[in-house]
Design a protein around this ligand. Structure first.
Ligand SMILES: [Zn+2]
Length: 257
């Protein structure tokens, strides 16, 4: 499978926005959201070269960088991008130790004709932010397709609450996570619930796709066990009649899978 293919997915264009996905590092994605004037907001540039090459090829001009959390594979391209594009503003959570504009206390962020809702999603890191601009969600390492991020800094309660915030977004939300982990997440899910019809069907559908993202909230409600911890059938199956405890069980099982 060739992850180096760079694609603009025609299915994920709205009337005035364009979504671009750039594979980077080992299994990261850097997302660009553009407008009709070919201006783009760059989300989580873990490296600069593929972004610069992509923007040059497609004649795009960056107007801002948005960061979700402080991990290096999400921020390491920032300084080089700022060197290449004068005065490029960078926004992100207070936890990031770079000279950027800190926006953890804000509810929204407007850059040109883009207005993002800022959603605090502590758990993977304490300051993790997600950005929503209807219908797009940029969720870093909080929500993956068929999975979720590791709980490194927060508590399981925080992480579950964060996932539930994202789950409450509209079903047609186009979900843009920062990693290609879908197949390994589905492998884990089919190991835990081998007879789940939705999970098996989705696994077969995407098994040979080099790029499985973006996904949607509607799909994740079906195939993501971490979105289904309130499901009474699952709770009965695992004899854990509590959403938080079932979430903790799934997450710790995944850590050791
Ligand atoms: Zn991370």
């Amino acid at each position: 499978m060739n992850r180096t293919i760079i694609s603009i997915n025609e299915n994920h264009m709205t009337s005035n926005k364009r979504l671009h996905i750039i594979p980077a590092l080992k299994d990261n994605y850097i997302w660009l959201l553009g407008n009709t004037q070919k201006q783009v907001v760059i989300i989580d540039p873990g490296e600069s070269t593929p972004v610069i090459n992509y923007m040059t090829t497609h004649q795009l001009s960056p107007i801002a960088i948005l960061l979700t959390h402080h991990h290096n594979d999400h921020i390491d391209g920032v300084i080089d991008l700022q060197k290449n594009y004068d005065n490029l503003p960078v926004f992100g959570p207070d936890e990031i130790n770079l000279p950027i504009t800190k926006i953890s206390q804000q509810k929204t962020l407007t850059i040109g004709d883009f207005t993002f809702d800022i959603i605090a999603v502590p758990g993977h890191t304490l300051g993790h932010l997600a950005y929503y601009i209807n219908p797009y969600l940029f969720c870093g390492d909080t929500l993956f397709s068929a999975g979720c991020g590791r709980v490194f800094e927060g508590t399981y309660t925080q992480m579950l609450n964060s996932l539930n915030k994202l789950k409450s977004l509209p079903d047609n939300t186009i979900v843009c996570p920062a990693h290609e982990y879908t197949l390994s997440n589905l492998k884990f899910a089919t190991h835990l619930v081998p007879n789940d019809i939705d999970i098996n069907a989705y696994y077969q559908k995407i098994a040979h796709d080099a790029i499985t993202l973006p996904t949607t909230i509607e799909i994740e409600k079906k195939v993501n066990l971490f979105f289904r911890c309130d499901d009474l059938k699952l709770q009965t199956e695992f004899k854990i009649n509590n959403e938080l405890k079932l979430f903790e069980f799934f997450r710790t099982q995944k850590n050791n899978f």
